[in-house]
Write a protein that binds this ligand. Structure first.
Ligand code: XMP
Length: 515
């Protein structure tokens, strides 16, 4: 294990993912984590992340400086370099000139950290402070024309760089991180899908014992991989619940059940609650109210079903009480981060809490994984690409893509348009390249002409975006020919739509969904 202490950099999770690309397990902890907790993980090395603050600012996030005296190899990155410099007796100052973006760095001393690297490297910098005096025992290992870019104390195995090796713009960054993790720390490269699957299955089996578990499926990759892993551990003592909330895609309720049972061998209870949901959505036009209505109803439906399943199990004399959730590592990090909860732009409702009287205990088999790792595990489990590569689909489904009131009729119109968009994007070989691609139905009618008839019908928006993580996104420059095909198919095949427009807004300032 490599422990990464987080000082609040936007790149901290990236460091963890990079280390894991060498099959070395890494964890992100807030910088304020007591060292006992760090030691308990038995790490082979520690990385100090970047951060937005200045080390000499009394309110800056601080780690226990004793982390530098644990005898473990340490790599400081950006703020990490400044933290080391500041706490070991060197000096950090605000730079007259901020370094931001590409920079040429000259390597000026031989160190195992830079082993195999050329003497000049192109790196990514982003800092306002810099080290002006090195602590005792440290030597300068790299520099830009104006500033310190790397320092090291070989005896203590403490290394630091001012640039960001974890970002793709630093071309030799991966080599540098590999040198640190594998050679300097001597970490074992055993974080592989097989290893993860085996240990997770064993752990879940031990945890659940003879008990029973339930799992809410969404049709997406996270809940499916979580369910397959748990089923591998406890077989048909896992029951999956798949709810039709009335705002799924066309035929999705049937398709997902079929894949889950026939291809993945899961034990699935399908609950068609579309009418219940649509009744709750009647007359609701406010986006947040829609989310609340769907989130609340989902919990009610799921709860009813879970109770039925558990009653049946209890009648068989079994003790149950496990709930499987597809929580991922970024959520875990986020909830313990030093930054505190970020401002809610939209409330995201997926599986909410369940009533306390059921006393369900959580199994979260994916809570150590990043999304790309979940996909790797899914592939290793032999799951179909169709599930693994599925684009994200929001919990409130088509409801947040139907502006204005959600009715059965409008859902049906959007389902038809959505199906055409997905099919054409797939046919063009772009489904995996874009982050999301979908249709939105506007409460706007316009005049058109079809044959010799005047039409007066709905407007449909095509939205396709490229993104790494959904936090920021750019509209996708889909080929005109593809847009032409999508538009003409929708207007001619979908009754109720006579105009198609393309959304060319990035996020920010737009959001990906329209609500
Ligand atoms: P926005 O629209 O906020 O979307 O740019 C960012 C990502 O989140 C998804 N999204 C949701 N997912 N429940 C979800 O499970 C929601 O209420 C929700 N709203 C947005 C959206 O599809 C995109 O991937």
């Amino acid at each position: 294990t490599i422990v990464i202490l987080d000082f609040g950099s936007q790149y901290t999770q990236l460091i963890a993912r990079r280390i894991r690309e060498f099959n070395v397990f890494s964890v992100v902890l807030p910088c304020t984590t007591p060292l006992d907790q760090v030691k308990a993980l038995n790490p082979k090395g520690v990385i100090l992340s970047g951060g937005p603050c200045s080390v000499y600012d009394p309110d800056s996030p601080a780690a226990d400086p004793a982390v530098l005296a644990m005898g473990l190899p340490v790599l400081g990155i950006c703020y990490g370099l400044q933290f080391i410099t500041h706490h070991l007796g060197g000096k950090v100052e605000s730079a007259a000139q901020r370094e931001y973006g590409h920079a040429e760095v000259a390597i000026v001393a031989e160190t195992p950290l830079f082993s195999g690297l050329p003497s000049e490297i192109n790196v990514w910098m982003s800092h306002g402070d810099h080290a002006v005096a090195l602590p005792e025992g440290f030597e300068l290992t790299a520099r830009t024309p104006t500033a310190v870019a790397g320092i090291a104390n070989e005896g203590k195995k403490i290394y630091a760089v001012q640039f960001h090796p974890e970002v793709a713009h630093t071309r030799q960054g991966m080599e540098l991180l590999r040198n640190f993790a594998l050679d300097i720390c001597g970490a074992t490269a055993d974080w592989t899908p097989e290893h993860f699957i085996q240990t997770t299955v064993e752990r879940v089996r031990a945890q659940v014992g003879e008990g029973h578990a339930i799992c809410g499926l969404s049709g997406g990759v996270d809940s499916s991989v979580a369910a397959v892993l748990v089923a591998k551990a406890i077989g048909d003592r896992l029951t999956c619940i798949f709810v039709n909330n009335g705002v799924l895609r066309k035929d999705e309720f049937a398709k997902v059940q079929k894949t889950m049972t026939e291809q993945l061998g899961l034990n699935v209870v399908g609950v068609d609650a579309s009418e219940r949901f649509l009744a709750k959505l009647a007359g609701v036009t406010d986006p947040e109210q829609k989310r609340k209505a769907i989130g609340g109803e989902f919990i009610a439906v799921f709860d009813d079903e879970a109770k039925k399943i558990f009653e049946a199990e209890k009648a068989g004399g079994e003790e149950i009480a496990w709930l499987v959730q597809g929580t991922l590592y970024p959520d875990v990090i986020e909830s313990s981060s030093v930054k505190g909860p970020s401002q809610t732009i939209k409330s995201h409702h997926n599986v909410g809490g369940l009533p306390a009287d059921m006393k369900l205990k959580l199994i979260e088999p994916l809570r150590d994984l990043f999304k790309d790792e979940v996909r790797r595990i899914g592939r290793d489990l032999g799951m179909p690409e169709e599930i693994i590569e599925r684009q994200p689909f929001p919990g409130p489904g088509l409801a947040v893509r139907i502006l204005g009131e959600v009715t059965a009729e409008r859902v049906a119109i959007l389902q038809e348009a959505d199906e055409i968009v997905v099919a054409e994007i797939k046919a063009a070989g772009l489904y995996r390249k874009v982050w999301q691609s979908f249709a939105v139905l506007l409460p706007v009618k316009s005049v058109g002409v079809m044959g010799d008839q005047r039409t007066y019908a709905n407007t449909c928006v095509i939205r396709a975006v490229e993104s790494e993580d959904g936090m920021t996104a750019d509209w996708a420059p889909l080929p005109y020919e593809l847009l032409r095909k999508i538009s003409s198919r929708i207007v001619s095949e979908v009754r109720g739509i006579n105009r198609v427009v393309y959304d060319i807004t990035s996020k920010p300032p737009g959001t990906i969904e329209w609500e």
